[in-house]
Design a protein around this ligand. Structure first.
Ligand code: HEC
Ligand code: HEC
Ligand code: HEC
Ligand code: HEC
Ligand code: HEC
Length: 468
């Protein structure tokens, strides 16, 4: 080869490799762009609970998040009533109020509404006319910095102190610390890389309890995998869970059954599994520090030591076909939407029935009317069963009252009162769950069937109190 052509070749190779490098860089940048289609204008860190600050970097997600302040309404979802205050649930279903007699829920129990209101609605509820514990704030505020402050840097330690604070005192501290915001970006995202994660101590301890149990969780494969391993380190949802699981875990930080009062720390009762009878067993085996069997309140009419169920969305979803098929809360409640060339998650968390096109039709190829009709069919059947089980419980309470009028005492009625505890626990589990049976229709029907059966058995026991 001549010197001239040698130089020529070198130049060609140089140009080609430069072009290739440029191409690779371009492809790489595109890749980065499609996974991280944002420009960081401001730095955000663990203490940035004010979502406004995050807005500069992620304006679309912020705008959608802010829409949770808008009223939404479906047949069973969203809220009725005025903007000042959502409708009272206890007035709509009179049996609900009687079921709660002796507990703060009989004073004020309203429809839920959007995330934007969570702190305000908690601060305004008349349930606070009875003293409540600082644990309440776990799910109604962006509270992690305050937990760290109370635990000298250790959030878990800080959290474990908070049940001993009164609600009023801890709420005051929250406001003074400057973190009085509803659930915020930092609660679900790692501020360094925006990956989703869980932060809430109650959830982390609860899911570890579940992992340590041998309850089957086919819908949470990372737990089953962890159980097969050495178990040297506790199950860590942020390290061990898949992204799909995290897309439900973030919601499971709050949309769950719990104990929240001043006798012990906030507890997610998953040590025997997630099904209604697993949780019942967990509570039945729980004792207060004074050695007494666990209960949430004594029923004012009957004296039964009963349990109060709270919004078990995560638990009921766990028993349904969607969970089993890997469909996460976020798939239906935060579906993807197009934003120019990128896909973003709809941070306007609300009823998927307002969004069937993006929430359901990505998987179900039926018309919107058809999908709506299927959901309505499920919810209507659940509603009817719920009313029947409610009626059965009221009949039991009537029978107990009649027996008491005839002179029956607590001992005479002991068996009936145990049936009330079982019946009411199941009835309330589905009444407090917010999907009107949709998250797991067959499971909800099973639970309501048991509720009605236990109430009727308890009714018979009360009627026959002299004979037994
Ligand atoms: C397959 C889709 C789907 C999945 C998955 C799903 N949901 Fe739902 N969810 C629904 C539907 C449908 C309703 C009923 C909405 C209505 O009645 O307007 C609902 C209702 C709700 C409601 C009440 C909504 C309102 O407007 O009042 C809450 C809260 C909720 N779900 C939370 C969750 C949580 C938490 C998870 C995960 C643990 C979850 N959902 C998983 C479809 C889903
Ligand atoms: C484990 C999380 C969690 C804890 C702890 C918690 N909440 Fe909530 N709260 C929720 C969720 C989720 C909703 C929305 C679903 C619903 O209304 O069923 C809600 C709804 C509410 C509402 C609006 C609807 C209603 O019930 O009238 C009020 C008020 C409220 N909570 C007050 C409280 C008080 C007071 C405490 C402490 C005793 C408390 N919360 C503790 C998660 C929690
Ligand atoms: C920090 C606790 C917390 C987390 C995390 C959380 N929620 Fe909520 N959610 C609440 C509370 C509290 C309310 C009720 C607010 C009120 O009534 O003022 C609520 C209300 C809702 C509603 C009713 C909205 C409406 O317009 O009526 C839906 C639907 C919902 N949440 C779904 C979800 C889903 C899905 C996730 C996960 C992506 C999630 N939530 C994460 C606490 C939480
Ligand atoms: C209740 C939990 C929750 C809160 C609060 C929340 N997000 Fe998200 N966010 C999610 C989930 C779930 C995804 C989907 C992540 C995935 O699939 O990897 C997501 C995704 C994102 C993404 C990735 C792109 C996308 O849209 O899918 C960005 C950016 C983001 N959120 C920004 C924010 C900002 C900014 C805020 C506060 C204004 C916020 N998020 C509040 C749960 C939350
Ligand atoms: C990510 C995919 C996905 C999304 C999103 C989804 N589904 Fe499903 N859905 C499934 C799968 C998978 C099944 C199980 C049956 C099957 O394999 O076809 C199912 C089953 C159902 C069933 C039958 C339930 C039963 O108990 O037999 C109904 C009804 C349903 N979906 C409604 C909805 C509605 C309403 C939405 C939106 C709120 C929705 N789905 C969103 C995947 C999805």
């Amino acid at each position: 080869m001549s010197k001239k052509s040698q130089v020529f070749l070198i130049v060609i190779v140089a140009i080609a490799s430069a072009a290739l490098t440029a191409l690779l860089v371009n492809i790489f940048e595109k890749k980065v762009e499609s996974t991280q289609p944002w420009v960081r204008v401001v730095e955000v860190d663990e203490n940035d609970t004010n979502p406004e600050k995050w807005k500069a970097n992620w304006p679309k997600q912020y705008e959608l998040y802010a829409k949770t302040a808008i009223t939404t309404r479906t047949r069973f979802g969203g809220h009725g009533g005025s903007e000042a205050l959502p409708e009272e649930k206890i007035d709509r279903d009179p049996w609900l109020k009687r079921m709660f007699l002796g507990y703060a829920f009989s004073i004020d129990y309203r429809d839920r509404r959007g995330h934007a209101y969570m702190l305000q609605d908690q601060e305004n509820t008349e349930r606070l006319s009875k003293p409540q514990s600082g644990s309440c704030l776990h799910c109604h505020a962006s509270i992690m910095p305050l937990y760290r402050e109370l635990g000298d840097g250790d959030a878990m330690k800080g959290f474990e102190k908070t049940y001993q604070y009164s609600y009023m005192d801890l709420n005051k501290k929250l406001h003074e610390s400057g973190h009085a915001y509803p659930v915020s970006c930092v609660d679900c995202h790692n501020p360094d890389n925006m990956e989703i994660r869980v932060t809430r101590p109650g959830f982390i301890q609860g899911i570890q309890r579940l992992a340590d149990s041998d309850a089957p969780v086919p819908h949470l494969p990372s737990i089953e995998r962890w159980r097969q391993g050495s178990r040297e380190k506790p199950y860590d949802p942020n390290m061990d869970a898949s992204r799909t699981e995290l897309r439900s875990y973030v919601c499971g930080q709050c949309h769950v059954e719990y104990y929240c009062s001043d006798k012990m720390k906030l507890t997610f009762p998953w040590g025997d599994g997630l099904r209604v009878e697993n949780i019942e067993k967990f509570w039945d085996n729980t004792t207060f520090p004074d050695g007494k069997r666990f209960y949430d309140y004594k029923h004012k009419e009957s004296g039964a030591e009963v349990l109060k169920a709270q919004h078990p969305e995560f638990e009921l979803w766990s028993q349904g076909i969607h969970a089993r098929s890997g469909v996460a809360c976020a798939d239906c409640h935060m579906p993807y939407m197009r934003d120019g060339a990128t896909k973003i998650s709809d941070h306007w968390v609300r009823s998927p029935l307002l969004n069937i096109n993006r929430a359901c039709q990505t998987c179900h190829h039926f018309s919107e009317e058809e999908i709506k009709a299927r959901v309505d069919g499920i919810q209507q059947k659940n509603f009817e069963l719920l009313q029947r089980a409610g009626t059965a419980l009221m009949d039991q309470l009537d029978a107990i009252q009649a027996a008491q009028a005839q002179g029956a005492n607590a001992e005479d009625l002991a068996e009936s009162l145990e049936f009330q505890r079982k019946a009411q626990w199941r009835l309330d589990f589905i009444a407090a769950e917010n999907s009107m049976g949709f998250h797991a229709p067959q499971e909800a029907a099973r639970i309501l069937g048991e509720a009605a059966d236990y109430a009727r058995q308890g009714q018979v026991k009360a009627i026959n109190w002299k004979k037994d």
